[in-house]
Design a protein around this ligand. Structure first.
Ligand SMILES: Cc1cc2nc3c(=O)[nH]c(=O)nc-3n(C[C@H](O)[C@H](O)[C@H](O)COP(=O)(O)OP(=O)(O)OC[C@H]3O[C@@H](n4cnc5c(N)ncnc54)[C@H](O)[C@@H]3O)c2cc1C
Length: 489
């Protein structure tokens, strides 16, 4: 297949970049080895839009974090993505922590973060009464926010696709080379892509792909972060995200509400060998309880619904690498995009797209040629009784509740499959609609969701997977039985 530009990786960086590129008069393809958008670090992080007080002034992390965080509210409004400016506290327990907090305050001021203030113990406890009363002080960060990271990536991808970008999944890149006329030649297991320009947005595999084409070899450390996710509760113990002091390994263990009203505890920071090893471990989970328990003495995991982990793509240079790949004409990269990569993505994408467009002398599409973001209906779960009645009147499938824990309707699940970059798996539906995200974790709704995916996509039930590859959920004879397919020999 031939295209002007090929993006490798459909995480938050690749989708944000694809959306920027879709504003230009060029053809663009995004490929990913996974079966959906956001299957890498983008689906497994803390979901914090960091304010920018932690990154060392002068680094790319600082520059893109602050600019990215500023872009989030408008972008989320435009794309209909859940975002909440809940604020954050970084808490300290002793003199050494207090020194760290003062350093963070200084860094934040240098980075241009507004509203930062050090609180004494009483002021912090007044804001968050469930905090450990042994704290000594805290850094208050009013502009810290929370977002749904994968919903953001889905919305960016949908918007890019609506404006002409082609997304292709199950395309693991195996080699990258040059054709005789200087174009790039990218091979996956099943396809070959020829393009004028290529962009590496491959997250944890970013260094591996960089090293395929560049003489300057990068070294990446894969740092796993494990989490506890607790069920939604009427009364959250904390209104803000509460961090402990950061260390060399990361921003420390947090206790944070999510935009959907769950509570998140974690992450750990463990260097591991396998960039795909997203296991959770007894040791890692125990460590979270011990550390999060220091923030929240009343800690309870009674409502724990799941655990997960994500992999940070840490470069030994300790900063993002964004721009042209040195010595490789028309190759670009966003590599080493660890935290605050989610917060930074809109700014990285805008900057990278500007560099590429200038190099390749692209023409911007006229505003009139850009299709506006698809309007996303408010979730049925958060509608008033009157709004629900109106939706059911317009489309009776809104009257059919498929996921009881999260009140997700058949209409919403069908829409999720029909979106421009629609769900093709059980997990894809789950992340787009929340069906299966609740207390029973899909125990009730999974068969119905599978049947809807099969109906909508025209595949057999036996072909529906949890998250691609061989994660099929039904054996063929059962499929035949459920569809009334008659006797088998
Ligand atoms: C535990 C943890 C907590 C974090 N918390 C935060 C936070 O609160 N706030 C914040 O701002 N940031 C946070 N981050 C960082 C943030 O999640 C990442 O910076 C961001 O998601 C990186 O996005 P990406 O698109 O660059 O990479 P990814 O999301 O990893 O996407 C890379 C994509 O490339 C694909 N790919 C890889 N190799 C190949 C190949 N060979 N061929 C084809 N496709 C390939 C993958 O399948 C994947 O979809 C956290 C990260 C972790 C792990």
């Amino acid at each position: 297949m031939t295209t002007d530009i090929l993006i490798i990786g459909a995480g938050i960086t690749g989708t944000a970049l694809a959306r920027e590129i879709s504003r230009y008069d060029v053809s663009c393809v995004v490929i990913d080895r996974a079966c959906d958008v956001a299957e890498g670090a983008t689906k497994a992080n803390s979901g914090i839009v960091h304010a920018g007080y932690d990154a060392v002034p002068g680094t790319l992390k600082a520059k893109y974090n602050v600019a990215g965080a500023a872009a989030y509210p408008g972008l989320c409004r435009e794309l209909g993505v859940p975002y909440k400016r809940c604020g954050a506290l970084v808490i300290g327990f002793d003199e050494a922590d207090e020194k760290t907090l003062r350093n963070l305050l200084d860094r934040g001021i240098q980075n241009g973060v507004e509203g930062l203030r050090i609180l004494d113990r009483n002021a912090a406890l007044e804001m968050e009464p469930n905090l450990n009363p042994d704290i000594r002080s805290a850094l208050y960060v009013p502009t810290s926010a929370i977002v749904s990271p994968y919903e953001m990536a889905f919305a960016l991808a949908d918007d890019a696709a609506l404006n002409g970008v082609d997304f292709r999944f199950s395309q693991p890149v195996r080699s990258i080379g040059r054709t005789e006329d200087g174009r790039w030649h990218v091979r996956t297991d099943t396809d070959t892509y020829e393009c004028m320009a290529v962009v590496n947005c491959a997250g944890a595999s970013g260094a591996e792909l960089h090293n395929m084409i560049s003489d300057i070899q990068l070294k990446m450390i894969h740092r796993r972060g494990q989490y506890y996710l607790l069920d939604r509760a009427e009364q959250q113990p904390f209104a803000m995200t509460v961090f402990q002091c950061p260390s060399r390994m990361g921003k420390g263990v947090l206790v944070s509400p999510t935009v959907h009203g769950n509570l998140l505890l974690g992450p750990t920071a463990e260097d591991i060998d396998d960039p795909l090893d997203t296991a959770t471990t007894a040791g890692g989970l125990a460590e979270i309880l011990q550390k999060a328990g220091k923030t929240w003495p009343g800690i309870s995991t009674r409502t724990n619904i799941t655990n997960f982990s994500g992999i940070r793509a840490h470069l030994t240079t300790d900063d993002f690498m964004v721009g042209p790949v040195s010595g490789c004409k028309n190759a670009y990269e966003a590599v080493g995009i660890e935290s605050p990569g989610l917060s930074s993505a809109p700014a990285i994408a805008a900057d990278l797209c500007r560099m590429i467009a200038e190099d390749l002398k692209w023409n911007r599409k006229a505003d009139i040629g850009i299709r506006p973001a698809l309007k996303r209906e408010k979730a049925f779960a958060s509608m008033t009784a009157e709004e629900r009645a109106e939706m059911v009147r317009k489309d009776p499938l809104y009257g059919n509740i498929v996921c009881r824990c999260e009140t997700v309707t058949e209409a919403e699940i069908r829409q999720a499959v029909r979106r421009p970059v629609g769900a093709r798996t059980i997990d894809g539906v789950k992340r787009r609609t929340r069906a299966g995200m609740g207390r029973c974790q899909g125990g009730f709704c999974l068969p119905r969701v599978a049947a809807i995916i099969a109906e909508e996509t025209g595949c057999s039930l036996a072909e529906v997977t949890k998250d691609g590859g061989c994660s099929r959920i039904l054996a063929d004879p059962l499929d035949s039985f459920l569809k009334g397919g008659g006797d088998r020999e």
